[in-house]
Design a protein around this ligand. Structure first.
Ligand SMILES: C[S@@+](CC[C@H](N)C(=O)[O-])C[C@H]1O[C@@H](n2cnc3c(N)ncnc32)[C@H](O)[C@@H]1O
Ligand SMILES: O=C(O)C(=O)C[C@]1(C(=O)O)C=C[C@@H](O)C=C1
Length: 247
């Protein structure tokens, strides 16, 4: 499983298609997400650390929108409660196929990891089992805005008391100056990671209709409406953040 460099938007495209998690993206995804999301490796590793505080024996843990399973791997590195099972879910068949290969490689390297089930499904249609931890790492932003509240309600209903949802998202800012500054800093982060102006512009066009970020206030209000009692911002790097929501 070689990790190829992301060159998807490096040549001029006559028409930039809407971004999808297809075979081409899957091939370069580890490189793409690390060079595009400030703080991504720190967030992933610490989701494992946080999950270990909330995981309860004999319960399900979910990684919703698991892509290649980076977050699932972190959950399995850190959570050692007996009887837990990780359910890694994604609706991209290309992602799911490669995710299974990555997790088999992790199984071959380490002993006594939590068992994992990789499921190809739309998370808005999924019936969750009673669970102690749900991780949604940069997935909700790809769910249609009108479906986000229902999804959070169903997560809240399935979470056991003392459990937690860990939600990471790109943030939008209502204050125009703040939005401009943090967007500029994000572009600088991408340039510093070797992306050209062409790659940055074409990627922006590809994601602008399919990835719709909310503000922190919108997340907090929606989580409260879904039934969560408390929301804690535990990480922010430029315009990317991660929250812990308690049932
Ligand atoms: C930015 S990636 C997530 C990265 C991953 N969580 C990680 O930590 O490396 C978003 C993922 O969500 C998946 N996704 C988007 N909408 C979905 C849905 N409705 N149901 C299931 N998966 C979805 C995409 O296929 C994609 O793999
Ligand atoms: O906001 C951007 O410019 C991004 O590239 C973000 C983002 C994400 O947050 O998921 C979008 C698509 C890819 O999955 C990797 C990164």
């Amino acid at each position: 499983m070689p990790h190829l460099p992301d060159k998807i938007f490096s040549t001029p495209l006559a028409q930039v298609p809407d971004f999808t998690f297809n075979e081409d993206v899957v091939r370069v995804f580890p490189d793409m997400i690390k060079r595009s999301v400030p703080g991504y490796p720190t967030i992933v590793e610490n989701i494992g650390v946080i999950a270990a505080q909330f995981a309860q024996p004999n319960t399900a843990l979910y990684d919703l929108g698991c892509s290649l399973g980076a977050t699932t791997q972190a959950l399995r590195r850190h959570v050692q409660q007996p009887g837990c099972v990780v359910h890694a879910v994604d609706n991209s068949s290309a992602m799911v196929q490669r995710c299974r290969e990555h997790l088999s490689a992790q199984d071959a390297m380490y002993q006594e990891l939590l068992p994992v089930e990789v499921i190809e499904a739309d998370i808005t249609q999924l019936q969750l089992a009673p669970c102690s931890v749900v991780a949604m790492n940069f997935t909700l932003q790809f769910v249609a805005p009108e479906q986000r509240l229902e999804l959070l309600k169903s997560i809240h209903q399935s979470l056991l008391p003392q459990g937690a949802l860990i939600l990471s998202e790109k943030l939008r800012f209502d204050n125009a100056n703040q939005q401009e500054l943090l967007n500029d800093l994000h572009l600088a982060f991408k340039r510093a990671n070797g992306y050209s102006e062409l790659e940055i512009a074409q990627k922006r066009r590809a994601i602008e209709k399919v990835m719709l970020p909310d503000s922190l206030a919108e997340h907090q209000a929606r989580l409260q409406q879904a039934g969560f009692s408390q929301t804690i911002l535990w990480f922010q790097c430029i315009n990317f953040a991660s929250l812990i929501a308690l049932p």
